[in-house]
Design a protein around this ligand. Structure first.
Ligand SMILES: Nc1ncnc2c1ncn2[C@@H]1O[C@H](COP(=O)(O)OP(=O)(O)O)[C@@H](O)[C@H]1O
Ligand SMILES: [Mg+2]
Length: 360
């Protein structure tokens, strides 16, 4: 045996404090199954809904026992650890990469990324600014528009401003129906459609349960197209996929409960539309400061304005059946290689940025 450098340590963060806790655990089970444990030293860490970080020794034991034992032990049991302590290398000279398989607020929104910056550790995905920016739908639209990326008509406001004048303004500027969303959320939680002023009041009350800021948008009659982007300085886009919601719209149940929404990969759209979408997606990825990976979602009005940017998910669903890995599989990058590539990009970004850190 030769004395090479110690294997890269992968700290897999999963669970988290958002409505997407369960989804994260499903993704984590698949990632654990796919990671090559002969090349990486894997440390799974569960974040409970209450925000405790647990080194999940049962998960680790299951990982060593064989992949089939993993799903049953992804419960939140284990030894309490401090977040910064958990990302320390175990061996001298060991490289550490944190893989945050966390969706939604307090995971995908820059908070965990801030902690990882403080720890000066490499991590998969977008940094603090891009994570926070893309989690906030209102601010993301402002930046996308400034970069020349078409978006639908919309208005944002904070909860203290939702008076009769605001309702009247929505009717006058957007017409009916409209979509109402918490600005800072995901998984369609708190999203609803309103057909009139009464419906809007109810939808605003629902959305403001989840965030202080809300976004109201014209309801577009459009197809929903999504594309995967990976990379740092030179991002590249996957083939385009389409979501066919079976519910009224692509809501939480459609995404996670009955999972009825269908994915079509590649989407049946003219090649020029797919090409334009890839170009716009890479432009949005750069303007909205993404790194590592993101899924960029568009509406497509075939008879009207064409492609309209909807949102970027900086930590998209990551089961092998989720849109993002499926788009890359169709583009020639299979699930285990996709994970390898993301780890490589995390290390490269950390190395690229380290001189900047020393100068501060
Ligand atoms: N302006 C809109 N017009 C029509 N449908 C919309 C609009 N905004 C959202 N939707 C529907 O609601 C779903 C969730 O909204 P989205 O903005 O993607 O939020 P989330 O971050 O929760 O995924 C979309 O996938 C789509 O089906
Ligand atoms: Mg969405």
């Amino acid at each position: 045996m030769t004395d090479g450098p110690p294997p890269v340590r992968i700290v897999l963060l999963y669970g988290g404090q958002s409505a997407e806790h369960e989804v994260s655990r499903v993704s984590a089970a698949h990632v654990l199954r796919a990671i090559d444990t002969s090349r990486y030293d894997v440390v799974p860490i569960a974040i409970t809904p209450e925000g405790r970080w647990l080194r999940s020794d049962a998960t680790l034991a299951a990982l060593q026992a064989g992949p089939d034992a993993i799903p049953g032990v992804l419960d939140a049991s284990g030894t309490d650890i401090t977040p910064l302590g958990s990302v320390a290398p175990a061996l001298p000279g060991q490289q550490v990469v944190v893989l945050p398989i966390l969706h939604g607020p307090r995971g995908e929104d820059g908070t965990v990324q801030g902690l990882l910056e403080l720890a000066d550790v490499a991590y998969v995905g977008t940094g603090v600014l891009g994570s926070a920016l893309n989690m906030d739908k209102a601010t993301a639209k402002v930046v996308a528009q400034a970069a020349g990326i078409p978006v639908c008509r919309w208005i944002s406001a904070r909860d203290s401003e939702l008076d009769d004048a605001f309702i009247a303004r929505v009717g006058a500027e957007l017409g009916w129906p409209v979509f109402v969303k918490p600005s800072n959320m995901g998984s369609s939680v708190g999203v609803s459609r309103a057909d009139d002023p009464g419906g809007l009041r109810a939808a605003l009350a629902e959305a403001t349960q989840y965030d202080e800021w809300v976004v109201v948008e014209e309801a577009v009659d459009a197809r929903e197209l999504e594309v995967g982007v990976i990379g740092n300085e030179a991002p590249r886009a996957s083939v385009v996929g389409e979501i066919l919601p079976t519910h009224d719209f692509y809501d939480y149940d459609d995404k996670y409960v009955d999972g009825a929404a269908e994915m079509v990969i590649p989407a049946d759209v003219p090649p020029a539309v797919a090409e334009e979408m890839r170009t716009l997606a890479v432009r949005a990825y750069r303007a909205l400061r993404c790194d590592g990976l993101s899924r960029v979602d568009f509406f497509y009005e075939s008879e009207g304005r064409g492609l309209l940017f909807n949102e970027i998910n900086t930590l998209p669903g990551f089961t092998p059946f989720s849109m993002f890995p499926s788009l890359w599989a169709e583009s020639g990058l299979a699930y285990p290689e996709l994970i390898d590539e993301l780890i490589r990009l995390a290390l490269a970004r950390h190395a690229h940025r380290s001189p900047h850190r020393r100068l501060r």
